[in-house]
Design a binder for this molecule. Structure first.
Ligand SMILES: Cc1ncc(COP(=O)(O)O)c(C=O)c1O
Length: 490
């Protein structure tokens, strides 16, 4: 097919991202139909006047996302076509030329380039990661708490509330953090957010101007990284090993950074737990360079066979000085993602500006939802649910490990640390093909896995995937891993 994808070197978004977005759009709006063959990367590179590497990169990402597939020796093809929804009217007809005439901001360009499509299909086996099991959730208790919360809210609470969030929920979180994360904090330092993602957004707005540097773990959580890219940040990667961030390498950072974003309780995605000496090194570096630490504590509630470790913010609280850690928590894993509630614990001098930004952008999350969570915690349902889910996930994790051993033999590798906590593990496979081929094989076998490369700033050396074990029961995990081994090793 003849393919013209508009690329603009004047834009700050890299050409490879523009090409990825342009091809994706061409598939979504039907200009590229199912089964059609794409030009060879060398040909397209010549047509568009860009490097072949740029085209290969865009193709690889689209293959990873399930839009394209390769057939050995015969080329790259469109894997699916978007069925345009007759009811969605104009929305489905976006075209890049019209897009470019709308006067989009540079921020919007960066967001579009950074955002990837969700995988468009249904799968027989789902090793999706990042979401909890919803079947065992006690919805009847939840609804009861919702009803109680509604009855107890006085009429004035149906008006605008405080940007800090609903006071009883902040109090419940304060008690919970002191008990389970050893984080002793004043209620005034706690602000309720619409998930951890909003806390990140507000923090980046407060501290990052385009061109400012943020230090990140390599690999790290792509959704946080996309937000940094959207903010125009320059990213400085520091490697991780089985113990998480290699804090001793921070001294090699030669330029001032505004923030460092870390996952010390359970490194995302590799799983390491940052030991005390590295925590101290990280805090010392942050304090001596004036860098704020963003601690994303997204799933450490699910810890298996190890005592909970205190939050990095708790260690920071015990030190003199104004505080250098912004702590983020979320209810997405311990309750369910749709609740869209999280919280941030701020050093005291950050609170006013955070609240000003929060109030200006969305005021506060729905009070009734916050009150429901407060009731759910106060009644003891929260901790009981967590304890129950910890048992369920521990058993599913064992099922996953057993099946990996059984069906992959020695050809699936994971870091020993990856089983300490959380709901997923990063697994590298001994295969002689790349990630795109891995995704093609898994998709053909109707198995949902997440490729590892989006977590990396530089392409990883090995072919790997994030395998979530939360949502399927033990029998399906066993059969799913069996099917995966068959598709990847044949
Ligand atoms: C590393 C990490 N941080 C944070 C979150 C939670 O984000 P949110 O609270 O916005 O749902 C997730 C969810 O997948 C995550 O994986």
């Amino acid at each position: 097919v003849d393919l013209l994808i508009p690329l603009d070197r004047a834009l700050s978004a890299p050409l490879r991202d523009q090409l990825y977005s342009g091809l994706r759009l061409a598939i979504l709006d039907g200009r590229l139909t199912t089964g059609s063959r794409l030009p060879a990367s060398r040909t397209l590179a010549v047509t568009l006047g860009i490097s072949r590497f740029t085209v290969d990169d865009a193709y690889t990402r689209l293959i990873g996302d399930g839009y394209l597939f390769t057939r050995h020796g015969s080329g790259t093809f469109v894997a699916f076509a978007h069925q345009s929804n007759p009811e969605s009217g104009r929305e489905s007809q976006s075209d890049p030329d019209r897009d470019s005439n709308r006067g989009w901001s540079k921020w919007s360009d960066r967001v579009t380039a950074a955002t990837r499509a969700t995988t468009p299909s249904h799968f027989r086996y789902s090793f999706t990661q990042g979401v909890p099991a919803l079947d065992p959730f006690p919805f009847a208790l939840w609804r009861r708490c919702q009803a109680h919360a509604g009855q107890e809210l006085t009429p004035d609470l149906y008006g605008y509330g405080s940007a800090r969030g609903y006071q009883p929920l902040r109090q419940a979180i304060q008690t919970y953090l002191a008990r389970s994360r050893m984080l002793r904090t004043s209620v005034d330092q706690i602000v309720i957010t619409s998930g951890a993602q909003q806390a990140l957004d507000v923090v980046f707005r407060l501290f990052v101007d385009p061109g400012d540097a943020i230090v990140i773990e390599e690999p790290s959580y792509p959704t946080a990284r996309n937000l940094m890219t959207a903010a125009g940040a320059r990213l400085i990667p520091i490697g991780v090993d089985g113990d998480g961030l290699k804090s001793d390498e921070l001294t090699q950072v030669r330029e001032p950074a505004k923030l460092i974003y870390v996952t010390p309780s359970h490194q995302f995605p590799t799983g390491g737990v940052l030991p005390l000496n590295r925590r101290r090194m990280l805090l010392e570096w942050a304090r001596s360079t004036g860098t704020l630490i963003v601690e994303d504590d997204y799933d450490s509630e699910f810890r298996y066979g190890q005592r909970p470790i205190e939050a990095l913010a708790a260690l920071d609280e015990s030190l003199p000085g104004p505080g250098s850690v912004i702590y983020l928590g979320t209810f997405s894993k311990v309750l369910f993602p749709a609740v869209r509630l999280g919280y941030v614990v701020l050093p005291p001098d950050l609170v006013d500006r955070f609240l000003a930004a929060k109030a200006l952008t969305d005021r506060h999350p729905p009070t009734i939802e916050q009150a429901t969570v407060a009731k759910f915690i106060q009644a003891g349902h929260f901790e009981r649910h967590m304890a129950r889910m910890r048992r369920i996930y521990a058993s599913r994790q064992i099922a996953m490990l057993t099946a990996l051993d059984r069906y992959f033999g020695g050809s699936a590798h994971r870091d020993a640390a990856s089983t300490a906590a959380g709901l997923h593990m990063l697994v590298n496979f001994d295969v002689d093909y790349d990630e795109a081929e891995m995704m093609r094989r898994a998709t053909l076998a109707s198995i949902l896995i997440e490729p590892a490369s989006p977590c990396y700033l530089s392409p990883p050396a090995r072919t790997g995937a994030l395998l979530g074990y939360a949502v399927m029961n033990e029998a399906d995990i066993d059969q799913g891993i069996k099917a995966l081994a068959k598709s990847l090793l044949s």
